[in-house]
Design a protein around this ligand. Structure first.
Ligand SMILES: Cc1cc2nc3c(=O)[nH]c(=O)nc-3n(C[C@H](O)[C@H](O)[C@H](O)COP(=O)(O)OP(=O)(O)OC[C@H]3O[C@@H](n4cnc5c(N)ncnc54)[C@H](O)[C@@H]3O)c2cc1C
Length: 421
C-alpha cells in the first residue's frame, strides 16, 4: 500500500544525510518520489564520514558471540584495550549491556547472522551496479579482506568460526600459512602466524562516496539541506504532516528517520524506545606509506583495521561506550598506531591528515531497525546499523523504498522490525 492518499509517489523528507539516509533518499527518488534530505549538521558529517570503508559480506556474525562477556570484562581491566565503557549512571546503557550479555550464545548469534547476511549480500550486489550506473567516483575496489594473526593459537581458533561460516552461511575463508600470507600481501612483516582471506569483500573511500552520491541526488532533483535539526513532527489522524525543524515546518507525505546513533533522542516523538547506544570509534587518515598494503586488513588480536585507498591510507578501531562524548583522546588514537605496528612493514606515515571519531549506532542484537514507526503510519525508521552501515546501505535504502511503495520487498523485512525489542 502506498503511503500517499492518491497511491502515486509524493514527497518525502529523509532525516539524516549519512550513508543510510542517502541510500533511502536515492531509492525513493529513483522510484519517483520528490525527496528532501536534511541534516542537523554538515552533510554526512556523522559516522559515515571517516569509517574504514569496508563493504564486507564476510562480517555476518554479530558482536554478541559466545565468550564475548568474559572477553569484554577482561579488556575493561586493560588500559590499552580497544574496548572501553565509561562507568556512569545510565539506565539505558546498563539495560543495553544486559540484553547484549544475554545474547552472547550460539543460538542468538546464528539467528542474528541470518538477519545480517541478506542485507550484506544484497548491498554488496547493489553497490556493484550502483557505482557503475551512477559513475560514483569513490575509489571502489574489489580486492577482498585479509585477517592477519601473530599468534598461531589465535589463528587456529578462527578455524571454528570459519567452519560455522562455511556450513551455516556458505561464506568460507581461504586459510593462509605464514608464507602464503606474505605472498598475498607483501606489506605485512614476515614471521606472522598466518591469516584468513575473504575473497568477496570490497572497499571504497566513504567521504568520496558520500559526496558523489549526494551529487547524484541533486542532479536527480532532490534537495539537500544541512544545519537543519529535526525536533519532532506535527500530526493529524495518526499521520505526520510535517517535520518540525529549526528552520520551520517541512511538509511531506512520508518521513524517513535515518539519524544513526542520535535516533534515541527522537524516542518520545516517535513513540518508541529505540535501544541504540553510540559505540565510539576512531580513525587516522594519512598519505599512503611507501610500502602500502594492496588488500584491506584486519588484525583481530589488536582489533585494528587498515584501509589502503587509492588517495590515502586509514587506520581505524576502538569501541567505546562513553555516551555522546565528543572528545578525541590522544591515547586512543595511539592505540591505532600501536595495533598496526607489529604487523606491517610501514604501519603509518606522516602527516596525519585527519583525526576522526564516529558514533556507531549500536543495537544489542547487531541488527538495524527498518520499519514503520509505532506512532505514525507514514514515518519510517532506518537506523541502528552498528559496525556495518556502509556495508548495508543500498540494501536498506532499497528495502525502505519497497516498504514505502508497498511493493514486494527484495529481502524479508522481519528481522529488522521494531517489535522485536
Ligand atoms: C571507526 C569506524 C569504522 C567503521 N568502519 C566501517 C566499515 O568499514 N564498514 C561499514 O560498513 N561500517 C563501518 N562503520 C560503521 C558505519 O560508519 C555506520 O554504521 C554508518 O555510518 C551509520 O550510518 P548512518 O547513516 O545510520 O549514521 P550517520 O552517518 O551517523 O548519519 C546520521 C546523520 O543523522 C544526522 N542527525 C541526527 N539527528 C538528527 C536530527 N534530529 N535532525 C537532522 N539530522 C540528524 C546526523 O547529523 C548524521 O549526519 C565504522 C564506524 C566507525 C566509527
Amino acid at each position: 500500500m502506498s503511503t500517499t492518499q492518491s497511491g502515486a509517489p509524493g514527497s518525502a523528507v529523509v532525516i539524516g544525510s549519512g550513508v543510510i539516509g542517502t541510500a533511502c533518499a536515492y531509492y525513493l527518488m529513483r522510484s519517483g518520489w520528490k525527496v528532501a534530505l536534511i541534516d542537523r549538521g554538515a552533510p554526512a558529517g556523522g559516522s559515515s564520514h571517516g569509517n574504514c570503508g569496508f563493504i564486507c559480506p564476510s562480517h555476518v556474525l554479530p558482536l554478541a558471540e559466545p565468550g564475548m562477556v568474559g572477553q569484554a570484562l577482561r579488556s575493561l581491566l586493560r588500559r590499552d584495550s580497544p574496548f572501553a565503557i565509561k562507568p556512569r549512571f545510565d539506565p539505558a546503557l546498563w539495560s543495553w549491556l544486559l540484553h547484549f550479555a544475554r545474547r552472547c550464545n550460539e543460538r542468538d548469534m546464528i539467528e542474528a547472522g541470518r538477519g545480517i547476511q541478506p542485507l550484506l549480500l544484497s548491498s554488496r550486489e547493489l553497490y556493484r551496479g550502483l557505482i557503475e550506473t551512477e559513475a560514483l567516483d569513490c575509489e571502489f575496489e574489489e580486492r577482498g579482506m585479509l585477517f592477519a594473526y601473530r599468534s598461531k593459537k589465535d589463528m587456529e581458533s578462527y578455524a571454528a568460526i570459519d567452519r560455522l561460516m562455511t556450513e551455516t552461511f556458505d561464506c568460507p575463508a581461504r586459510r593462509l600459512d605464514a608464507e602464503q600470507l606474505v605472498g598475498l600481501e607483501p606489506a605485512l612483516k614476515s614471521g606472522l602466524a598466518g591469516g584468513w582471506y575473504y575473497h568477496d569483500d570490497a572497499h571504497l573511500r566513504p567521504d568520496k562516496l558520500m559526496r558523489a552520491w549526494h551529487r547524484v541526488l541533486e542532479r536527480g532533483g532532490a534537495t539537500i539541506q544541512p544545519h537543519c535539526p529535526v525536533m519532532g513532527f506535527s500530526h493529524r489522524d495518526g499521520r505526520a504532516t510535517s517535520a518540525r525543524t529549526a528552520e520551520g515546518e517541512l511538509t511531506a507525505d512520508v518521513f524517513i528517520v535515518a539519524t544513526g546513533a542520535w535516533t534515541p533522542m527522537l524516542n518520545r516523538q516517535l513513540g518508541c524506545r529505540i535501544p541504540i547506544q553510540p559505540g565510539k570509534g576512531y580513525s587516522l587518515t594519512m598519505p599512503r606509506p611507501s610500502v602500502c598494503p594492496r588488500i584491506p586488513l584486519i588484525f583481530p588480536e589488536t582489533r585494528v583495521a587498515v584501509t589502503p585507498f587509492q588517495s590515502g591510507y586509514r587506520l581505524g578501531s576502538t569501541m567505546e561506550f562513553a555516551g555522546y562524548d565528543e572528545s578525541i583522546r590522544p591515547q586512543r588514537l595511539q592505540l591505532l598506531k600501536d595495533g598496526a605496528a607489529p604487523y606491517l612493514r610501514e604501519p603509518y606515515c606522516d602527516p596525519i591528515e585527519e583525526q576522526w571519531y564516529g558514533w556507531r549506532p549500536m543495537t544489542y542484537d547487531s541488527l538495524p531497525i527498518i520499519d514503520r514507526s509505532p506512532r505514525y503510519d507514514n514515518v519510517y525508521i532506518a537506523a541502528g546499523h552498528n559496525m556495518l552501515g556502509l556495508s548495508m546501505a543500498p540494501g536498506t535504502g532499497k528495502l525502505v523504498a519497497e516498504l514505502v511503495n508497498g511493493t514486494a520487498p527484495h529481502i524479508d523485512p522481519k528481522p529488522y522490525r521494531y517489535g522485536r525489542f
